[in-house]
Ligand binder design. Structure first.
Ligand SMILES: NC(=O)c1ccc[n+]([C@@H]2O[C@H](COP(=O)([O-])OP(=O)(O)OC[C@H]3O[C@@H](n4cnc5c(N)ncnc54)[C@H](O)[C@@H]3O)[C@@H](O)[C@H]2O)c1
Length: 335
């Protein structure tokens, strides 16, 4: 059985990925900080029980080295990050430390103690701001806010240490994935539109939104975990490259997302628009997905389909104790 080390396995993307890969008979070792949210998919779908959990800060080299030495993984998937724009303005030092030093530590230790095959999960926000075009992999990097910039750095570090560039000095075979905004059940991060909607839903409180007109490349998290699984099975050198992962239609606004979601729930949630913060965020972000579509079999569905799955997950999770089978069924049906 192959041993997969996933950093950030207790988070939203990490939980979906860990569950899926463990159902495909991979042995999952996770490195994360403690997850404190009881309704999170990590607990609701028993991800905490199916993984070997290591509560370790990735910016602590020595503690992380102990895990790598013990596990000696066949594959490393690096997701752990401080992933929120507003939090990055509030605490840039922690954001840079986790997302840059943490990435360096993970890559160095993967080079020393793993097979060298690694997926670095960065973001669509790594690009230098350009709201007019659909961003391609060879466009300039340079994120605007501390989170985006830290992910640009993580992305460039991965490209720099990749075997394709450093030849004999690196064993690392790195695939960099720049994903658009991911949706799906069980995410409870602050200041993300879907978790915010469901916080208002259960607390029966008005949802205040900041930027209703912002356009993002929304897609279901299952699309990205399906691509990760394909990368792990493809041994070809073309895979150790950089790819945008995004939907075919990137023109959906926050407003549209919320209206569609609220339609499923008989407009239960009251929504108010209020300019709350002065934090700068990109208004239009469009990703060009043609390069990844040439190599991977993507399973993108319509935004209505993705939102329906997401809504079903949350609404069921409020009544059901165990969402393990439900989540796996959503994944299998989708793929
Ligand atoms: N969710 C999205 O829409 C999206 C889109 C593009 C890229 N990403 C990227 O995907 C990755 C996962 O994001 P997510 O949405 O699951 O976020 P999340 O907040 O749900 O999960 C983050 C994970 O990282 C771990 N972590 C944070 N700081 C750590 C540290 N110092 N040491 C060890 N572990 C630490 C957390 O414990 C958690 O397991 C991030 O790299 C993020 O930048 C997310």
């Amino acid at each position: 059985m192959q041993k997969i080390l996933i950093t950030g396995h207790s988070g939203f993307v990490g939980s979906w990925l860990s569950l899926y890969l463990s159902s495909k008979k991979y042995k999952i070792y996770g490195v994360s900080l403690k997850n404190h949210h009881n309704n999170h998919i990590f607990y609701k779908a028993n991800v905490n029980k199916i993984c070997n959990n290591h509560i370790v800060d990735i910016s602590n080299y020595n503690k992380l080295e102990n895990v790598f030495k013990k596990v000696k993984p066949d594959y490393v998937i690096h997701l752990a990050a401080q992933p929120l724009v507003i939090n990055s303005y509030l605490d840039p030092i922690n954001t840079f430390k986790t997302n840059i030093i943490g990435t360096l530590n993970v890559l160095e230790l993967a080079n020393l103690y793993s097979s060298g095959k690694l997926i670095n999960f960065t973001s669509d926000k790594v690009y230098k701001k350009n709201e007019k075009k659909s961003l391609k992999e060879n466009d300039y990097l340079g994120g605007y806010d501390p989170y985006s910039l830290s992910k640009s750095c993580s992305d460039l570090i991965g490209q720099c240490l990749n075997v394709n560039k450093l030849k004999n000095n690196s064993r690392l075979k790195i695939t960099t994935l720049r994903c658009g905004n991911l949706i799906g059940g069980g995410d409870w991060c602050e200041n993300r539109i879907i978790p915010d909607y469901f916080r208002s839903y259960i607390n029966k409180k008005t949802l205040i939104i900041r930027n209703p007109k912002s356009i993002r490349p929304w897609q279901h998290v299952i699309n990205s975990i399906n691509i990760i699984k394909q990368i792990m099975s493809l041994e070809h050198k073309n895979v150790y490259d950089t790819f945008n992962i995004g939907p075919n239609n990137s023109k959906i606004s926050v407003n549209k997302i919320l209206n569609k979601l609220n339609n499923f729930n008989n407009n239960l949630v009251k929504i108010k628009i209020k300019k709350l913060s002065s934090y700068q965020e990109t208004k239009n972000l469009k990703l060009n997905n043609l390069k990844s579509k040439k190599i991977f079999k993507t399973k993108s569905k319509s935004i209505n389909f993705d939102l329906k799955l997401t809504n079903d997950w949350y609404v069921n999770s409020f009544n059901k104790k165990n969402m393990y089978d439900f989540t796996l069924k959503q994944i299998e049906d989708y793929i």
